[in-house]
Design a protein around this ligand. Sequence first.
Ligand code: PMP
Length: 461
Amino acid sequence: MSTTARSTNEYRELDAAHHLHPFSDMGSLNRQGSRVIVKGDGIYLWDSEGNKITDGMAGLWCVNIGYGRKDLAEVARQQMEDLAYYNTFFKTTHPRVVELSTLLAEVTQPGYQHVFYTNSGSESVDTVIRMVRQYWSIKGKPGKKTLISRWNGYHGSTIGGASLGGMTYMHEQGDLPIPGIAHIGQPWYLKEGRDGESEADFGLRAASWLEEKILEIGADKVAAFVGEPILGAGGVIIPPASYWPEIERICNKYDILLVADEVICGFGRTGDWFGHEHFGFRPHLFTIAKGLSSGYLPIGGVIIGDEVARTLIEGGDFNHGFTYSGHPVSAAVAHANVRALRDEGIVEQVKKDTGPYMQKRWREAFGGFEHVTDVRGVGLIQAFTWVKNKATREMFAGSDDVGTLCRDIFFKHNLIMRACGDSMVSAPPLIITRTEIDAMLSTAVECVEQTEKLLQERGLV
Ligand code: PMP
């Protein structure tokens, strides 16, 4: 199975000697040694020791189509031979970028006819920041510059994306956020809901924080509200159904652009093509990345609603773009990927079969544990949260590191799930079958049992 040319230890040593990993404490990682992943097929990965691992996270929520698709490899190979690179800057285009843009106009709802390409989610978010400001400038309202987003939201790692995101541990490094960004609270009932308050009422109250913030800043200074339909890296926070329609109403009332960050929710994760379809709202623009190519090559973009697109098109030069905007090989692979997600019925299967099945089984599996609460999910994105006391919603101290404890037990059982604080989250490839869901959950339940035992042994509960 292994395709390694060196031993695991050699890889670890060279990795420690020459490679700085993203979002990592390198001192601690180098002492421990990285896991070396060498192969993927379907929902499975193999490491350099020959262990078969179930990837309950689809990489970083991106390998929607699953690993090992030879047809995508063949599309890339052919495109590299035909035209490995050309840009789309100076009055130039190429067939692959045209085909992908046309296909994206088909899989989105009516009214989203244009796309601007980037290489990643972060670049898409940065593009949004510049694009909404440019939009208001063209409209003769250059004072509308501030973007509002949520605490605990994640919008990438560039200076713009990290500023817009609401991760304070990111803000602390490097004097973020930049000016022109404001944050409101997240719509997480478990943490922010009041005793006796219904979820629907909480959703409206959480949306009202946007109105308060707009009034505080002044609507004539606010360009856009940006939010993930479901907060992903923040721990799969699913807002009450009342939230997004109210956010949309407030944006319309104050003439503010509504932007959905669909980097995780896009391309079938919720069972609908995009998260905003699931929640029933219409953003003026939305970001895409990850599932666009299922991670086979880097590509992202911003999908632009018709009114905003018309304004930008009539507004003259938009001085923004990347060498690899609409890269031909990435575009060719993304096209083949999106077509497969549609034509092989993969997104439809999440909506009609595997999504509802996962949600039913997920709740059955974790609903009964004494220290597990808020067992939640939609389509193939789900989570639960560790709590000290279910009834009082008392959380563990951050220093208890319960999420990491549990995550490490999952790892030992060759199942990848992620800990976002004390929330355990999962978002497997969309091709996962019912049998694979059963197997994954039976391992996960064992791991959660072991974690509860460990919590007792350590006197944490
Ligand atoms: N937005 C959201 C909602 C994301 O989840 C992410 C990545 N996890 C990003 C933006 C940034 O994407 P990238 O890592 O491709 O820059």
